[in-house]
Design a protein around this ligand. Structure first.
Ligand code: GTP
Ligand code: MG
Length: 335
C-alpha cells in the first residue's frame, strides 16, 4: 500500500513537524493516529489551528506547525487495511532545563540553560520581563548558552524565573529560587569576613593563605616588645608572657610583592586588600621560660617563619646548643 519508507523523525520544540507518506494510488484514503500510551489506544489526529492534514494525489502530509515535546511518540498511519508506525522525537528547546535553587541572601546566583539553536530569548521573574541591569545580568555565551545572574540576592528575589524564546511564550522553561535569610552569626561578622564567607558559600570553597610567624627566644630578651613595635603599639605595659600569645589579622603579606602591611581588620576591609593576593599573618609570641619548652614543641611547625630574638648584650657563646641541652633543658620539669 505504501510506497515511501518510514524513518524515525527528530525535530526541535517550536519547529514545524512534517510527517509524510506516499501510497501507490490516488484513491487510497490515509488516516493519521497517535499512540496514547496512558490510555492504551490510538487517537485519530484531527485538523486544528496547529495541525493540517493535506494530500496531493498519492502524497500525504501531516504538519504540526509548532511542535511540542509532548508531540513525541508513535504515530500510526493507516492506508486501506495497511498500517505503518512512525517514531517521532521532539527535543526540548532548552536543555538541560533550569534547575530550582535555594541560596542564602547576599550570595550571587545564576540560572543557566542551553538552547538547541541560536535564537533570541527573554527572561521573566514571576511573569514580569527582566531587563539587563545592575541587579540582573543577562548573558548569551557561545550564541546558545543563556545565563541570568542575580547579584547579590535579597529575600525579595524569591520567585519563579522563566526563560522563553522571544515571541513564543509556549517554548519556555522555568525554575524556582528560594532565598533564605542570612544567619545572625554571619550578619555580625566584619565586612571582610562576611565577604569571604559569602564568596565561599557561592563557590563552595575559599582560598585562604595564612602564615605563622613564631617569635622564639629566651625569657626577657624582648620578644613581646619586638611584636608590639612591629604592630606600632606601646611597650609601656609589657609583662612577661604566660604560655603563648597569638596576634592575628594585624598584618598581611602581599603574595606578589612580599610587602608586609600592618593594619587593623577594619582598615583592611575599607581598602582594596580584600583579595587572595594577600596572606593573613598570625604572630605567635611564645613565653621564654624553660618551663614552657615542653608544651611549646607541639606548636613548632616547620611551616612557619621563625623570628629568633636574642639579647646581644649577653655573652652569646654561653648559649650554645650543647650547653643548653646539658645544663638547662635537662632540668626542665623539676629534674
Ligand atoms: N634595652 C632593651 N630592653 C628591651 C628591649 N626590648 C625589650 N626590652 C626590655 O626587656 C624586658 C623584657 O621584654 P619582653 O618583651 O617582655 O621580653 P620577652 O622575650 O617577651 O619575655 P618573656 O615573655 O618572659 O619570654 C622589658 O623590660 C623590656 O622593656 C630592647 O630592645 N632593648
Ligand atoms: Mg613575652
Amino acid at each position: 500500500m505504501f510506497t515511501s519508507s518510514f524513518e524515525q523523525i527528530y525535530c526541535i520544540e517550536g519547529e514545524k513537524l512534517l510527517l509524510k507518506c506516499s501510497v501507490y494510488s490516488d484513491s487510497i484514503d490515509v488516516k493519521w493516529f497517535k499512540d496514547n500510551l496512558k490510555q492504551y489506544k490510538h487517537e485519530k489526529i484531527e485538523r486544528n489551528k496547529n495541525i493540517s492534514i493535506d494530500s496531493d494525489g498519492k502524497d500525504h502530509v501531516m504538519t504540526i506547525q509548532n511542535a511540542k515535546v509532548t508531540d513525541s511518540g508513535q504515530y500510526i498511519i493507516i492506508a486501506g487495511n495497511v498500517r505503518k508506525q512512525l517514531s517521532v522525537t521532539v527535543e526540548a528547546f532548552f536543555k538541560p532545563p533550569l534547575k530550582d535553587k535555594t541560596i542564602m541572601e547576599g550570595v550571587e546566583v545564576s540560572f543557566e540553560c542551553e538552547a538547541e539553536k541560536p535564537f533570541p530569548v527573554a527572561w521573566f521573574k514571576d511573569n514580569i520581563l527582566v531587563n539587563d541591569s545592575s541587579k540582573f545580568k543577562i548573558e548569551t555565551l557561545q550564541n546558545k548558552v543563556h545565563k541570568l545572574t542575580i547579584r547579590p540576592t535579597s529575600i525579595k528575589d524569591k520567585g519563579k524565573y522563566r526563560i522563553q524564546m522571544k515571541d513564543k511564550s509556549d517554548i519556555t522553561c522555568c525554575a524556582d529560587l528560594d532565598v533564605k535569610e542570612m544567619p545572625d552569626a554571619v550578619k555580625q561578622m566584619s565586612e571582610h569576613d562576611r565577604n569571604m564567607f559569602l564568596k565561599a558559600a557561592q563557590s563552595g570553597t575559599a582560598v585562604r593563605y595564612y602564615i605563622r610567624i613564631m617569635i622564639v627566644g629566651e625569657s626577657g630578651v624582648g620578644k613581646t616588645c619586638l611584636l608590639r613595635r612591629l604592630m606600632n603599639e606601646n611597650i609601656g605595659d609589657v609583662r612577661s608572657t604566660d604560655g603563648i600569645n597569638i596576634e592575628v589579622k594585624q598584618c598581611k603579606i602581599n603574595r606578589q610583592t612580599q610587602k608586609w602591611i600592618f593594619t587593623s581588620d577594619e582598615e583592611f576591609s575599607k581598602t582594596a586588600y580584600q583579595n587572595e593576593d594577600f596572606a593573613d599573618c598570625g604572630f605567635w609570641d611564645f613565653a621564654g621560660q624553660k618551663e614552657f619548652y615542653a608544651t611549646h614543641q607541639t606548636f613548632l611547625s616547620t611551616n612557619a617563619i621563625y623570628l629568633l630574638v636574642v639579647d646581644i648584650s649577653k655573652d652569646f657563646a654561653d648559649k650554645t646548643h650543647k650547653k643548653m641541652i646539658e645544663d638547662e633543658f635537662d632540668k626542665v620539669g623539676g629534674n
